[in-house]
Ligand binder design. Structure first.
Ligand SMILES: [Zn+2]
Length: 307
């Protein structure tokens, strides 16, 4: 029974919940808490899969009343499958992390070489140490996370934005760097690649990406105000190609969503309540199945296993 319930919960979390969560409007009111909920949904889905693998053979054996060797073989098989799931996730995480580190290191080298920040007197008074300016007419901005992070602006961006708007863009990129949004995205990318294709969905990846943009928008809005950020988003977004969503601006639909959101300030009480509910949901999702299903099963299984 435990395996069936965990299986049903796991399938719901990986096939039904992402669709509902990705189209809901409320995550925009509490983006950081919504990211935590996505993390909880994903992690609980993995734990459910492991739970099914470990519980199903034991339940089947005790149902059929088989003897010791069959039970021991079923246990070994279950442990092997669970190990494969865990190793697959870890390998995927290592691969994604190493690749993006290497790509960023090369990219950092290039922007350091091409940098022309000293020729730009129009920058805001407080520019971060890692700010680089690239020559070129296209207005864009992005950041390179890591141990020595960079915020990259184009000459074109400095030409279309005023000082307050540049400050808002820098504040947005710095929020990405400060909160290590790259690590959050890497964990979701690694999970996406590790999941077998019938269960694979891009919904968490895209939704979490948009939510992290909103978190950075909120940080920039708090520091520089909504108006310069909105204008910067509208001006830079048009020049950014839609297939590079990591840049300031991103895809058109995503940008519209962020602009609408910046136009209307949500009352603090609302955002706080939505955040608390989402965090409560995230914690509950992780804890409840463990307490209600896994602990009693573990208790029965440990006394029943033939080893
Ligand atoms: Zn951003």
């Amino acid at each position: 029974m435990t395996a069936l319930l965990l299986g049903a919960l796991g399938l719901t979390l990986s096939l039904v919940v992402p669709g509902i969560l990705a189209t809901a409007r409320w995550p925009g009111r509490a983006p950081a808490a919504a990211v935590a909920l996505w993390q909880s949904v994903t992690l609980t889905g993995v734990l459910c899969a492991l739970g099914v693998v470990l519980a199903a053979p034991q339940e089947l054996v005790s149902e059929l009343g088989s003897d010791r060797p069959v039970g021991a073989a079923a246990l070994l098989l279950a442990l092997a499958v669970a190990a494969v799931i865990i190793v697959r996730l870890l390998v995927s995480l290592a691969r994604v992390t190493l690749r993006s580190r290497a790509r960023r290191a090369r990219h950092r080298l290039l922007v350091d070489l091409l940098d022309s920040v000293e020729q730009h007197g129009e920058l805001p008074a407080e520019v971060p140490a890692g700010l680089r300016v690239l020559d070129g007419p296209l207005p864009f901005a992005y950041c390179l996370p890591g141990r020595s992070p960079r915020v990259v602006l184009s000459d074109g961006a400095l030409r279309v934005l005023d000082t307050a708007q540049v400050a808002a863009v820098i504040a947005h990129e710095q929020a990405h760097l400060r909160h290590r949004h790259d690590l959050v995205m890497e964990s979701f990318t690694a999970f996406y690649r590790a999941v077998p294709w019938p269960l694979r969905s891009r919904a968490p990846l895209d939704a979490v990406h948009l939510l992290l943009e909103m978190v950075a928008d909120d940080a920039a809005r708090r520091r520089c105000g909504a108006a310069p950020l909105r204008t910067a988003l509208a001006l830079l977004g048009d020049a950014v190609s839609p297939d590079s969503p990591a840049e300031f601006g991103g895809a058109a639909a995503e940008r519209r969503h962020r602009l609408d959101r910046l136009a209307a300030a949500e009352p603090r009480a609302v955002t706080r309540t939505v955040s608390l509910l989402a965090i409560g949901g995230a914690v509950g999702l992780l804890v409840l199945p463990t307490v209600i299903l896994v602990v009693p099963w573990l208790d029965r299984a440990l006394s029943a296993w033939p080893l």
